[in-house]
Design a protein around this ligand. Structure first.
Ligand code: ADP
Ligand code: ZN
Length: 609
């Protein structure tokens, strides 16, 4: 049997999955061929499986480096659920537990061990692993090794030496969801001793509905959205700790199971809230962005940003925590001028280098452009990650439309202001020029004598700023990020100047406006997706799952993913053999839970509770 065929069989038998997701097959093959691998794949695309599967098929221990203890715990719980010998070494274990894991490693009883980076690089750990014959070193969240990544971790810097310390070039594979070109080359240089196979997979997450709205109507906007998603698990992100508590209370007063989560809480209360979120259905966590990093919950049905995220990469990572199971999930990001100002100040006041601040400003501007984008959100978002796509049909712009006006003349005025001033001035200067404000800076350069001076009086300064951002989003101007943030005209912009292309601008960005959010209940949609509307059975199975999860003190999805329950509703298996055909039911899970769920299905069919 070929390696890949064996992998496919294990996929079915152990994990109960029918087929590889896009990208997984080729990565697994490369690993089974002994190649080093760097894979950039979006959150929820199934990165973990890419190293877990080879770990099962090959000799030797697989060491997984992971920065987050919560994440490790979840992964180990999930693997054990699949009947795989896995354990974690970290500071959350007590000394006995860690000693037991060390013994298991020494006796060669484990297939995978998850280790925190600071523990891995210790001499005693390395000595033990050297004797234990490590076959594969898998580095999760590999962007943490890079200064350019948005969460650089110094402990990761020492990982480059680990291969050597383990006695030669141990096969190394690295995974991350966010790595632009700069981060990627950093990872390549720091982590690998030979050239890895690099896989970069699409950033698109078509199951996520993208929506953004200017803040208006305060908490009502938030409540409306959540009420449209009643009974679903979701995360609401706020920019301050206090706001998480106040908003959670407000939501509770309105009958929603909402809990706060932030770094300032008592650790016990915090982890209790997290457990409730993982184990129960329909809980909304109101959190600062620290929440979700280590949480591997695949059935989060919505992410709502009550405040604008820090930048476009954070935005994408945060909304990426919704819908990891591939089922429909909704997102809504609220933004206001206050948010934008706050984020600018945070960047200015940080102790990053000037170079880094410039990159940060560019990332923030990209997010603002997305918020004010006059076209499909996904097109704008993916363009930032250098991907092109058709209008998606699953964003607020595609579905609800946004009122646009022909902005060609306005854009031509702005473009000619850029050209006439030598393509080196930023938004502030050009805005003054357009509205005809002869400031000192304008006079210093003699710009009050230009024909463009004062040609844009039909808009105010704030509106012009919005126009520049939208032109940026549409790719007709480019921002010089190495200098002082001066605008220049792109090839597409030149076509606009010549009158060959037209530009549309969004009317509502010129004043704050409210917008409707989609009313689709994602669970109903998810069930429809599975070809059935048997909601009552689905609820009965969810209830069963909750009970089991509580009994065993694990997250609900460790028992079964939503997708598995939906598939059960669709197939209504009556025998163990039929049950094993359900998505996500491998051998171990069939043994452990098969009968319980068969019974629940039988009860439902006979009409008993
Ligand atoms: P990532 O690490 O890329 O964010 P995960 O590895 O956590 O994503 O996978 C997300 C979810 O997808 C998990 O619930 C996992 O069990 C599931 N999954 C992974 N691979 C497959 C597959 N081939 N078929 C079905 N489900 C899969
Ligand atoms: Zn769209």
């Amino acid at each position: 049997m070929s390696d890949l065929a064996a992998a496919q069989q294990a996929l079915r038998k152990t994990f109960g999955f029918e087929a590889f997701r896009p990208g997984q097959g080729e990565i697994v093959s490369a690993i089974l061929d002994g190649r080093d691998v760097l894979a950039v794949m979006p959150t929820g695309s199934g990165k973990s499986l890419c190293y877990q599967l080879p770990a099962l098929l090959r000799d030797g221990l697989t060491v997984v480096v992971s920065p987050l203890i919560a994440l490790m715990r979840n992964q180990v719980a999930q693997l054990r659920g699949y009947g795989v010998a896995a354990a974690a070494l970290n500071s959350a274990n007590d000394a006995d537990e860690n000693r037991m894991v060390l013994d298991q490693i020494a006796r060669g009883e484990l297939r995978l061990v998850y280790i925190a980076p600071e523990r891995l690089v210790k001499a005693e750990t390395l000595n033990l692993l050297k004797r234990a014959k490590v076959g594969l070193l898998a580095v999760d969240e590999a962007h943490c090794i890079s200064q350019w990544g948005h969460d650089f971790r110094p402990e990761y810097a020492a990982l480059g030496g680990v291969q050597t310390a383990l006695g030669g070039a141990v096969q190394t594979v690295a995974f991350t969801a966010t790595a632009d070109a700069a981060t990627r080359s950093d990872i390549l240089a720091k982590l690998f001793s030979r050239e890895p196979a690099v896989f970069v997979h699409g950033f698109d997450r078509p199951n996520l509905r993208l929506a953004m709205a200017a803040k208006a109507g305060g908490r009502k906007q938030i409540l409306d959205f959540i009420q449209n998603h009643r009974g679903q698990s979701g995360i609401v992100y706020c920019s301050s700790r206090r706001k998480t508590e106040e908003l959670a209370e407000f939501l509770r007063d309105n009958g929603i199971k909402a809990l706060p989560y932030h770094a300032g809480m008592e650790p016990a209360a915090r982890s209790q809230n997290q457990d409730v979120f993982l184990q129960e259905d329909g809980v909304v966590v109101v959190a600062t962005v620290a929440f979700g990093m280590g949480i591997d919950k695949p059935d989060v049905r919505f992410v709502l940003h009550a405040d604008m995220p820090a930048n476009i990469e954070s935005y994408y990572q945060e909304i990426g925590r919704a819908g990891r199971d591939g089922l429909p999930a909704a997102t809504l990001t609220l933004y206001g001028m206050g948010d934008i100002r706050l984020r600018r100040l945070q960047i200015d006041d940080s102790d990053s280098s000037d170079e880094q601040k410039r990159v940060e400003r560019q990332r923030l501007n990209a997010l603002v452009s997305l918020c004010e984008s006059p076209r499909c959100r996904r097109q704008t978002l993916l363009a930032y990650f250098a991907e092109t796509t058709q209008p998606c049909g699953n964003c607020d712009f595609c579905c609800d439309g946004a009122e646009v006006i022909d902005g060609t003349i306005a854009a031509q005025k702005a473009l000619s202001a850029i050209v006439r001033t030598g393509s080196r001035f930023g938004t502030e200067h050009l805005t003054k020029l357009l509205v005809g404000d002869a400031t000192d800076a304008i006079r210093k350069f003699g710009h009050e004598r230009l024909p463009t001076f004062g040609v844009g009086k039909e808009f105010g300064e704030q509106e012009w700023r919005g126009i520049f951002r939208q032109m940026h989003g549409a790719g007709i101007v480019a921002l010089d990020i190495t200098g002082y943030g001066g605008w220049s005209v792109t090839e597409a912009g030149r076509r606009v100047l010549k009158g060959a292309d037209r530009v549309t601008l969004r009317k509502d960005t010129l004043k704050p406006a409210t917008r409707k959010t989609g009313r689709a209940a994602a669970n109903a949609a998810a069930l429809a997706d599975g070809g059935t509307d048997d909601t009552a059975l689905f609820e009965a199975l969810r209830k069963r799952r909750s009970e089991l999860a509580k009994e065993q003190r694990v997250a609900a999805y460790v028992v079964f993913a939503d997708k598995t329950l939906i598939d059960m509703v669709r197939l209504k298996p009556r025998t163990a053999a039929e049950m094993s055909a359900v998505h996500g039911v491998g051998e171990a899970k069939l043994r452990q839970y098969g009968e319980v769920f068969l019974e629940a299905i039988r009860q439902h069919a006979s009409g008993s509770p």
